[in-house]
Design a protein around this ligand. Structure first.
Ligand code: PLP
Length: 403
């Protein structure tokens, strides 16, 4: 377009000026805490309870499958919406879990992690100005996802100690502008696992207001109490739900960037177009490796859960001994810890204090709320760590000078 015909707003002439969208969100607090801890304490001393990635090894069977895929020549672009092997494996898994046939050709799209899946879903389904309901505290990507896609977030609060929401508050959030609701179960950062009754209410409101649901089920295999329910399996929801999951957490491969979406064919067609222009596709050999990971026997998942349960119990017990107020999470791998009795008022100052005095990185909970004051009383610990790491972090906290 010739510049002489431009009649839009003049937003400054600085060549390094950022777009209004990029200006409207900040760097991830989680990465900031991790970096600060490493800078101040070095990699030998720093304990990272901030970022949700494992410090233990990936299962050898999965690593061998990746090495084999590289050698077998899966080194060029895969089909943009996912290698057929992986889409078939995802469809088989979802079909078994949901009790209906999921079609790998029309309902499944492979993405670069659940992260890309969420932004692709919003860009494909939500128009600028439409509202998206988000429960807070929230996984910190959802806010920027709304900004990037032009959606307007509308927040509903989950309240401690059980992280339930008020039915009336949720009802009031639905209005003529609502296009979608995001449900993350099991939930980061609280560990909440949405109950059948809660999901039924959400489904009823979605149907009543003709709203779609976008679910983030990345922790689907980490449920310690209750059971994981996919919203898509509830009556009337299959045709209006985009279900997101991925390999990062279940197979301890957060660096591989392989995720997937299951959605009705019409939404899938839109998601695939957006995904193609966003990223073209996830790494081909790693898609092949994950297609074989999806065939691992049920013993893999039993062991995974048992190991996480041990880590959860260790951190919950240790944090309670240190004086934190902690409810054992029902799912995922995070604990929200209240610290009122430790005499610190501000979550950001307290998280910094823990880095400076104990070399322990956590996340101030205010970063999980649109109104930071709602999170001032909590910090989040993530525990996909070896028991030795958890104990080392707890020892440092036990020795902590509080002031
Ligand atoms: C709720 C939630 N969704 C998505 C992700 C990212 O998933 P992926 O690695 O597949 O992009 C995370 C990672 O912490 C998460 O907690």
């Amino acid at each position: 377009m010739p510049t002489s015909t431009w009649s839009g707003p003049t937003l400054g002439t600085e060549p390094t000026r950022l777009s209004l969208k990029a200006q409207s969100f900040t760097e991830s607090v989680i990465r900031e805490m991790t970096r600060l801890n490493l800078e101040l304490n070095g990699p030998e001393r720093a304990v990272n309870f901030a970022q949700g990635f494992p410090d233990f090894n990936t299962d050898d069977r999965i690593l061998d499958a990746a090495a084999k895929a590289l050698r077998d020549g899966y080194n060029q672009y895969a089909t943009t919406w996912g290698a057929p092997q992986l889409r078939k494996a995802v469809a088989r898994k979802q079909s078994a879990a949901w009790g209906r046939d999921v079609d790998p050709d029309t309902e499944v799209t492979v993405s670069c992690g659940a992260t890309e899946a969420m932004i692709a879903a919003m860009l494909a389904a939500v128009d600028p100005g439409e509202e998206v309901i988000i429960f807070e505290p929230f996984y910190e990507n959802y806010g920027p996802d709304c900004v990037i896609s032009g959606a307007v977030p509308r927040y509903v609060t989950l309240r401690a100690p059980d992280w339930s929401f008020e039915t009336d508050e949720l009802r009031r959030a639905f209005n003529v502008k609502t296009r979608a609701i995001v449900i993350n179960t099991p939930h980061n950062p609280t560990g909440k696992v949405y109950s059948q009754a809660e999901l039924e209410l959400i489904a009823q409101l979605c149907i009543e207001h003709d709203v779609i649901a976008i679910t983030d089920e990345i922790y689907e295999h980490l449920v310690y109490r209750g059971r994981h329910i996919s919203l898509a399996t509830l009556h009337g929801m299959q045709e209006r739900t985009i279900t997101i999951s991925g390999a990062s957490k279940t197979y301890s491969v957060t660096g591989w960037r392989v995720g997937w979406l299951t959605a009705p064919p019409a939404l899938t067609a839109g998601i695939r177009k957006v995904h193609d222009f966003l990223t073209v596709g996830a790494a081909h050999p790693l898609q092949i490796a994950i297609s074989s990971a999806l065939e691992l026997p049920s013993s893999f998942y039993v062991e995974l859960l048992g190991d996480y349960q041990e880590r959860r119990d260790a951190i919950v017990t240790g944090l309670r001994e240190c004086g934190f107020e902690v409810e054992a999470p029902d799912g995922a791998y995070y604990v929200m810890a209240g610290f009122a009795s430790l005499g610190y008022g501000d979550d950001v100052a307290f998280a910094r204090h823990l880095i400076e005095k104990a070399a322990v990185a956590t996340v101030p909970a205010s970063s999980f709320y649109h109104d930071p004051s709602l999170g001032r009383g909590h910090i989040r610990f993530s525990f996909p760590k070896r028991i030795e790491t958890i104990e080392r972090g707890l020892d440092a906290l036990r020795r902590l000078p509080i002031d």
